[in-house]
Design a protein around this ligand. Sequence first.
Ligand SMILES: [Zn+2]
Length: 99
Amino acid sequence: MVAKHIDDAHEPACTQKISKVEWKDLPLSCPTASMEIWNAHPQVYLPIHRTGRETCEWCGTLYVLEPPDPGAEVPQFCNSEIEGLYREALARVKKEQTS
Ligand SMILES: [Zn+2]
């Protein structure tokens, strides 16, 4: 007998453990706007623009901040700290591409 493998295509919400975040999605909070609310924890703010990656202490989701795309339009930021860090990250990406 071969054990039937578990069908993982039907996971409930909030079980995704790694989530990519773009700069235009900042500031980041968990649960995000796209998550189901029914089984979510209280919303927490995660300072991923400083660290590049953050783990939510409530649900264990790992958020990874994507590097900015040099060709993309600069998103509208709601706060100057995020905007400053975005510009630094953008400069870093451009430097990596030319070296
Ligand atoms: Zn969470």
